[in-house]
Design a protein around this ligand. Structure first.
Ligand code: PSU
Ligand code: MN
Length: 314
């Protein structure tokens, strides 16, 4: 029995040499409410196709590691309640037990790499939570970026996290954090976190070359491309701060911990902003899908030799 179960569309893309872009499923089950989650998942897939690549939404369904979901599977996952959230630690146990779960950034990277997919689009990555010096709550997403060679396109990390600490940990782990077409590190709903991004690149071709170069150097791990939310959809930082503070205080008072923290905060902020943060969230995921598809196409056109010899420009 093979480990990976490719959807018909993903299998066809592989046969025909169409570049694939991985998509995560925790954003569907834990990141957005029904029915926005299903609608967004479909729009993200359409966006990847329109940009000349094939989407592969990744999830574990009844013990099968699925690379690409049929529409009925996607719909069922989006409607389901109480779906497990799978990170690196959970993947093998869930598969062995024949259970179902949605994959986080970390688990999606693992599956994408096994499937030979090098580019992955999501909303935001997990990071260092505020108060992590007491709770030790640091997302496994950061360690995954350090060890699994997948290029993750996200809108930075959310301001619910400790962003300076998140950037410090990424630096310690040797993860390139590349802001796209700006100098600031974006903060998910806002284009500017107030922090400088360590690195900047201005084209999908450059980003693809950096990934190939990393491989040529024998460095493990991937890279994080931080794509700022489109200007017309951003919510300025000052406007969001009260909602973030309120949600964090409620989480603290309610003793919310471990895997529940991120979904709880996201849902409360969606509610406290009257759905405005959800609209921003949808817009940034779509933008990330477009950029990821463009990077995947450039990557497909590159070979390691050309890079090392310093060939090809944008
Ligand atoms: N950021 C979002 N939406 C999400 C997540 C992050 O905007 O749904 C999910 C991703 O799957 C990410 C996970 O990998 O939350 C991080 O969870 P934790 O902090 O528990 O590692
Ligand atoms: Mn955590």
């Amino acid at each position: 029995m093979s480990l990976l179960h490719f959807s018909d569309a993903a299998a066809r893309a592989r046969r025909e040499g169409v570049p694939l872009v991985a998509l995560e499923s925790t954003i569907i089950t834990h990141g957005m409410p029904w029915p926005d989650n299903a609608e967004t998942a479909r729009r993200v897939e359409a966006e990847v196709r329109a940009a000349g690549a094939e989407p592969a939404t990744i999830a574990v369904l009844e013990g099968r590691l699925c690379i690409g979901l049929a529409d009925a599977q996607l719909e069922a996952l989006a409607r389901a309640r109480g779906v497990a959230k799978l990170s690196r630690a959970d993947l093998a146990v869930t598969l062995a037990a024949g259970r179902t779960g949605a994959t986080t950034v970390a688990a999606t990277m693992i599956a994408a790499h096994l499937a030979g997919i090098e580019v992955f689009a999501t909303g935001g990555i997990g990071g260092v939570h505020r108060g992590a010096e007491r709770s030790f709550d640091i997302s496994a997403d950061l360690h995954e970026l350090a060890q699994t060679p997948v290029c993750v396109v996200a809108a930075g990390a959310k301001a619910i996290l400790d962003l300076p600490a998140t950037l410090e940990v990424l630096e310690t782990l040797g993860v390139p954090v590349i802001a796209y077409r700006q100098d600031a590190f974006p903060a998910f709903w806002s284009r500017d976190s107030g922090l400088a991004a360590p690195l900047r690149m201005d084209s999908p071709a450059e980003i693809a070359r950096a990934l190939v170069m990393r491989r040529a150097l024998g460095l493990p791990g991937g890279q994080l491309v931080a794509n700022p939310i489109p200007r017309e959809h951003e919510i300025p930082r000052a406007e969001l701060t009260p909602a973030i503070e309120a949600a964090l205080a409620e989480a603290e008072a309610g003793g919310i911990s471990a895997k529940e923290v991120t979904p709880f905060l996201l849902q409360r902020i969606h509610e406290l902003t009257g759905g405005r943060s959800l609209q921003a969230n949808i817009a940034l995921v779509l933008a990330n899908a477009r950029l990821a598809a463009a990077i995947a196409r450039k990557l497909a056109a590159l070979s390691p030799e050309r890079i090392v010899e310093g060939g090809e420009n944008d």
